[in-house]
Design a protein around this ligand. Structure first.
Ligand code: CA2
Length: 155
C-alpha cells in the first residue's frame, strides 16, 4: 500500500486552543485521526507529523522523498519564508499537495506568497481540517496516473 506523508509546520500543534475563527475548533490530533480513517477507505497509509523546527521539516521532506508515494504539506508560517523547505521539496519526485486551513489568499499580503506552491500539483486552502481529507482523496487519484508529477496531470 502507498504511504503518504502528511507534514505540518510551526504552531499547528496549537490548533483548537486559540484563534478558532481563523483555524477552526479541531485539534491536530483530531485532524490526524480523520486522516488515518479516510486513508484506510482509500487504501493508503498515512504518516502524520508536526514540527515547530524548520530543519526537522527539511529532514522529513527528505525522508518522504525516499519512502513516501506522496506528500501533503501544511508548512505553516514557513510556507511564506523558507527557501530551505523549497529546496527540499524540489528534490521530491512524488506528487505534493499543499494544504492550508485558512484561505491564505484572503489574508495579509505576506501570506499570499508561498514557497511551497511551485512544487505542488495542487493547493487546498480555506476549508479547515476538511482540506486534509480532500488532499488525501486527490492524492489517491493522482497516484492512479502513470506520470502524476512530470506531466502535472490533472485528475
Ligand atoms: O492556514 C494555514 O493552515 C496556515 O498554514 C497556518 C499558519 C499560518 O502562518 C499560515 O499563514 C497559514 C499558522 C498556524 C498557527 O496555528 C495556530 C493555531 C491556533 C493558535 C495559534 C496558532
Amino acid at each position: 500500500m502507498c504511504v503518504i506523508f502528511i507534514l505540518n509546520g510551526p504552531n499547528l500543534n496549537m490548533l483548537g486552543t486559540r484563534q478558532p475563527s481563523l483555524y477552526g475548533y479541531e485539534t491536530i490530533a483530531a485532524i490526524e485521526k480523520e486522516c488515518h480513517s479516510h486513508a484506510a477507505v482509500l487504501d493508503l497509509i498515512v504518516d502524520f507529523r508536526q514540527s515547530n523546527c524548520e530543519g526537522e521539516l527539511v529532514s522529513w521532506i527528505q525522508e518522504a522523498s525516499r519512502k513516501a508515494s506522496g506528500l501533503i504539506i501544511n508548512a505553516g508560517a514557513y510556507t511564506h519564508t523558507s527557501v530551505a523547505l523549497l529546496d527540499a521539496l524540489l528534490l521530491c519526485t512524488q506528487p505534493i499537495i499543499e494544504v492550508h486551513l485558512s484561505n491564505i489568499h484572503a489574508r495579509e499580503a505576506f501570506r499570499q506568497h508561498s514557497y511551497v506552491t511551485p512544487t505542488a500539483s495542487g493547493l487546498i486552502a480555506g476549508l479547515g481540517g476538511y482540506g486534509y481529507r480532500l488532499a488525501l482523496t486527490a492524492m489517491g487519484e493522482l497516484l492512479k496516473k502513470k506520470n502524476p508529477v512530470e506531466s502535472r496531470e490533472k485528475i
